[in-house]
Write a protein that binds this ligand. Structure first.
Ligand code: ATP
Length: 245
């Protein structure tokens, strides 16, 4: 694998539901060890793009490449094993299981294949990233605060040791200080070997965390580039940052 090989590449990807085509030929790359923001209005197709990448939705046309290998149409379970984790919107944790059990579920395909010590090391790393999860490891996930549940959903995704994490609206409904903690943790993931594709309504925060970004409009990429350039783009800032250009 060449160092310049993107960890995730979408090539002319189209996807939709029944008679509705939502994505129309999207090209997007995420390089190893970078955070990429995906911005767009409600209904632009951001969640659909993540689902079509992660195997939750079968693409209609186009291709998905993971770490140089074509994975188009593979089911989500296979893609998790190959290094692609998806944390969907509205943090779905298993409410009646403990924090620790939720984390171990994220590593279920590694259990029995890898030394238990490797999984223990990753559990310890998750507690470093999100110290509150360590304090609450025996607590039922359903009794955590919204922010803690989001941390757990991300940490559970990370327990699969992904090369790339698809993260849908992690700050939704959270207090600003909690959201800030989550963005800080996301910004640190590339240093741990995990690239991130971040969908976020809070465009300002997303552009701060990410190095590059894409703007999706009506299922097509309308703008892309380094986030500082996007933040200064008059159209992007008027539409997503609430500033006049
Ligand atoms: P939001 O920020 O509101 O979540 P989004 O950019 O993530 O928006 P999507 O959730 O991808 O947008 O939705 C794109 C379009 O696809 C919308 O018109 C939506 O109604 C439609 N859609 C999404 N999921 C389904 C589904 N399961 N079945 C049918 N249509 C769907």
């Amino acid at each position: 694998m060449s160092p310049a090989q993107p960890v995730l590449r979408l090539e002319a990807l189209s996807a939709g539901y029944g008679g509705l085509e939502v994505l129309h030929g999207v090209d997007l790359v995420v390089q190893r060890n970078e955070v990429v923001a995906l911005l767009g209005a409600n209904g632009a197709g951001k969640s659909t793009l993540l689902a079509a990448s992660s195997g939750l939705l079968r693409p209609r046309r186009g291709r998905v490449w993971l770490d140089g290998a074509e994975v188009t149409g593979l089911p989500a379970e296979r893609l998790v094993r190959l290094g692609l984790a998806h944390v969907p919107e509205r943090r779905q944790v298993f409410a009646t299981m403990t924090v620790l059990e939720n984390l171990l579920l994220g590593a279920h395909h590694r259990l029995g294949r890898e030394p238990r010590a490797a999984i223990q090391t990753d559990l310890a790393a998750m507690v470093q990233v999100f110290p509150r999860l360590g304090e609450r490891s025996r607590q039922l996930a359903g009794t955590l605060s919204g922010g803690e549940q989001q941390m757990l959903a991300i940490a559970r995704g990370l327990m699969s040791r992904p090369l790339v994490l698809l993260l849908d609206e992690p700050s939704l409904g959270l207090a600003p200080l909690v959201a800030r903690d989550i963005f800080q943790a996301v910004a640190a993931l590339p240093a741990r070997g995990c690239a991130v594709l971040l969908v976020e309504q809070n465009a300002r925060a997303a552009l701060q965390v990410a190095a590059r970004g894409y703007v999706l409009e009506l299922g097509r990429i309308a703008a892309e580039g380094p986030t500082d350039a996007l933040a200064n783009d008059a159209r992007v800032s008027a539409a997503y940052l609430g500033r006049r250009g």
